[in-house]
Write a protein that binds this ligand. Structure first.
Ligand SMILES: [Zn+2]
Length: 232
């Protein structure tokens, strides 16, 4: 029910926003969802989900024990992917996130290393940021993924951002993503023996994903994988 309600909100947002492609800004055809057919054909797909030496694997090598790590698209400055993620994060357009999530899942669910994922878990956003934006972009990607790949849903509050005193001291300028171990798992039993896929919009240094994975690492029998929409 909760899922249906949030999807309805995304749909409503789509009604009031101009129907323009999130990649190239051309007008969309009625049947196109957020991204025009030309841009869908031109998506810079990395297609390296089954490569244990892909770019995202290299980001985490020696830092974390992951089952698998991968990204859907190549991020380039001023490129199509940056435009799409900008629209998702800063222009209040979650519909493009749903569409990217769906396409990302359609690809990843057929790859060998990710095929047995049990649970999709969005990297949480600081509560203040989520309130400002109205949604967590990583959760929107997960919601889109689940349209194509109906995996077990977990409570979005399962993984929480911990508000530490050092963070408060750093004040508004704090880049909370830099704070180590800033996440806490509310119910370890919910992920026991599961293959959990941590999902985020983009991976750069990997610090945020690393903190999340550390918060999950002690769950008995867990396997942790990482997937981002884009990789810089
Ligand atoms: Zn386009």
């Amino acid at each position: 029910m909760e899922d249906r309600k949030s999807n309805l909100l995304y749909d409503l947002a789509g009604v009031f926003l101009p129907r323009r492609c999130a990649g190239c800004d051309q007008a969309l055809m009625r049947y196109e969802r957020s991204i025009c057919s030309d841009c869908v054909d031109d998506l810079p797909r990395l297609r390296s989900h089954d490569d244990p030496d892909n770019k995202v694997e290299q980001v985490f090598r020696g830092r974390l024990r992951l089952h698998a790590a991968s990204a859907f698209l190549q991020f380039t400055k001023d490129g199509m992917v940056q435009h799409m993620l900008h629209r998702l994060k800063y222009r209040g357009d979650p519909a493009v996130g749903l569409e990217l999530g769906r396409r990302m899942a359609e690809e990843v669910m057929h790859s060998t290393r990710f095929a047995d994922v049990d649970v999709l878990l969005a990297v949480p956003l600081h509560r203040r940021k989520e309130k400002q934006r109205g949604y967590n972009q990583a959760q929107v990607l997960v919601d889109g993924m689940r349209e194509a790949w109906p995996l077990r849903a977990v409570d979005t509050g399962l993984l929480r951002v911990v508000h530490t005193s050092t963070q408060t001291k750093r004040g508004r300028l704090a880049r909370w993503g830099n704070v180590k171990a800033a996440f806490q798992l509310a119910d370890p039993d919910a992920l026991k023996d599961a293959h959990v896929l941590l999902v985020d919009d983009v991976v750069t240094t990997g610090a945020t994903l690393e903190s999340c994975a550390l918060a999950l690492a002690n769950v008995p029998g867990i396997r942790i994988s990482v997937l981002t929409c884009a990789c810089a």
